[in-house]
Design a protein around this ligand. Structure first.
Ligand code: NAP
Length: 487
């Protein structure tokens, strides 16, 4: 990755102070990084609430985007997503604009931070896919009472995140990667990550690779979290799991993150802008500071990074803690906490270790659109989604009559995924949103677009349809799943 080097030989970083407690966390981090003498310079830019208030719907100013495109490295405070201005989160906009496809969220036990897991020396990382899945935010109201969110998962996206997880594990000397998915239920989408993981794992023989179902992963994380080292997972699963893992080690005040892409990396705490604490000098800057430490390693400033991590551990060992851990009486303020860390720079903890880091070998991928080719492919039918207040036993015969003489015939109807026609005796509480599955009458031949459109027109004469999904077959394998109860 290319960095922007200033005239005096420093690596330039775009600094976004952010909203609420953001500026306090960022100032503390900036002061500590500067005190190490690391060769870093800052270019401060705005994003978030102040930008939304200027009427910029994305919450990100063009000069901020220009700066990031130049520096390729960002240290940012949390950004508020104000209700009433703009539609999208400025955080998500930044992550997606710069295709930061991997979100790395490490947690480790910290001295003096008592949790139910104290003494178990937890030290694990969630590597979350950051741009696909349900968080692509492709949502449609299909009827006035039924909403849909598209969960798009690509093979390229899976390969990128899996390779990043293995490479990250190597860079930190970690030896195990778990892939956590819900592939038992979502065989095509979540299954795509599992398949990519199993295909690529043999290329990393030095790392133990295993798959775990996501719900069991959550259970195991609370029961025996020390069994995990790196967990790679899809976007929404990773969002939830990484908040869980933050909870294991003392809360959001200690949870840093890096949004990593092939071109740009954005470092930020997992937590938000906690507006009630803004300007009160009480919050814990550790999460942003540790995000800064991750940034220093990304910049190749390994010595400064280790120096800060040691000084932080020593400070916590000395019992110098912020209010979230020590309460009102025994705590120090954000500024004093940062001062203590600066005072401890150069000291090393006797009993707490800092990992040795090697440069992260960023996986490289072609930038051209990924085209996955099947040797053979054909369309075998179509799911036509229909809005009606009819019951399945009325709708089914009516659709059969409409399809008479057409190239496709009705195979089954499902309601929210469960087959309701022909009846299998399911006790489905139906809503006005039916998936009507039609397949070619001649199983051996391809169903054409014209045949699907002709059928849709017939149905449209009597019913309101809102969505059509072709049923593909790739290399002889069905490219769609069956409804619950469908044979
Ligand atoms: P939040 O800002 O993370 O705060 C939730 C709670 O976590 C706080 O009330 C506080 O708990 C604790 N906390 C968070 N950071 C802390 C710190 N550094 N030190 C000590 N305690 C800390 O979550 P939110 O209140 O749901 O969100 C507020 C705003 O932030 C929203 O506008 C949201 O959209 C935005 N947000 C931004 C990001 C981001 O920029 N990446 C991420 C998440 C949320 P106690 O109340 O128990 O003291």
């Amino acid at each position: 990755m290319k960095f922007h080097i200033t005239e005096d030989g420093k690596k330039l970083v775009t600094l976004i102070p952010g909203d609420g407690i953001g500026p306090e966390c960022i100032t503390a981090t900036q002061r500590i990084i500067e005190a190490t003498g690391a060769a870093v310079a800052w270019e401060t830019r705005a994003a978030g609430a102040s930008v939304f208030q200027q009427g910029v719907p994305s919450g990100v100013l063009p000069e901020t985007i220009e700066s990031i495109a130049k520096t390729r490295v960002v240290l940012k405070g949390p950004l508020e997503t104000p209700v009433g201005f703009g539609e999208k989160s400025a955080n998500v906009t930044l992550r997606k604009l710069f295709e930061t496809y991997g979100n790395i969220r490490p947690v480790r036990e910290m001295p003096g931070v008592a949790t139910p897991f104290t003494g178990r020396r937890l030290d694990l990382v969630v590597v979350r896919e950051n741009v696909e899945d349900l968080y692509a935010g492709i949502e449609h109201m299909q009827t006035p009472g039924v909403a849909q969110c598209l969960k798009l998962i690509s093979r390229k996206g899976c390969e990128k995140i899996v390779r990043l997880a293995f490479e990250f594990a190597r860079s930190e000397g970690r030896t195990k990667v778990h892939c956590a998915t819900k592939s038992n239920i979502m065989k095509q989408t979540e299954g795509m990550l599992k398949r990519a993981f199993e295909a690529l794992a043999p290329e990393y023989p030095d790392i133990e690779a295993s798959h775990i179902i996501i719900d069991n992963c959550a259970h195991q994380l609370v029961k025996r979290p020390e069994q995990f080292d790196v967990i790679v997972t899809t976007n929404m699963n990773g969002d939830i799991l990484s908040d869980l893992t933050s909870g294991l080690i003392g809360g959001l005040g200690f949870a840093p993150s890096a949004n990593i892409g092939s071109e740009v990396a954005i470092f930020e705490a997992v937590h938000g802008s906690a507006p009630k604490y803004a300007g009160k000098d009480v919050i814990n800057p550790t999460a942003v500071l540790m995000s800064g430490v991750m940034m220093l390693r990304h910049l190749g400033e390994f010595e400064a990074a280790a120096k800060i991590e040691h000084a932080l551990l020593v400070t916590l060992e000395q019992g110098i803690l912020t209010r979230d851990i020590a309460g009102d009486e025994k705590s120090v303020g954000t500024r004093a906490f940062a001062d203590a860390i600066i005072g401890n720079l150069g000291k090393k903890s006797e009993s707490w270790r800092v990992r040795d880091h090697k440069p992260l070998q960023m996986p490289t991928f072609p930038t051209a659109p990924d085209v996955v080719k099947a040797r053979t492919r054909r369309t075998v039918g179509a799911d036509i989604f229909v809005e009606t207040s009819q019951l399945p036993e009325q709708l089914g015969p009516a659709l059969e009559a409409l399809a008479e003489g057409a190239a496709l015939k009705l195979k089954m109807i499902s309601n929210r995924g469960t087959k309701v026609y022909p009846s299998v005796g399911a006790m489905t509480d139906c809503v006005d949103h039916y998936r009507c599955r039609f397949i070619g009458r001649d199983a051996a031949s391809e169903v054409t677009d014209a045949q699907i459109l002709e059928l849709t027109q017939r149905i449209g004469a009597q019913y309101r349809w809102m969505h059509i999904e072709k049923l593909p077959e790739f290399d002889g394998e069905a490219g769609y799943t069956k409804a619950q109860g469908e044979d």
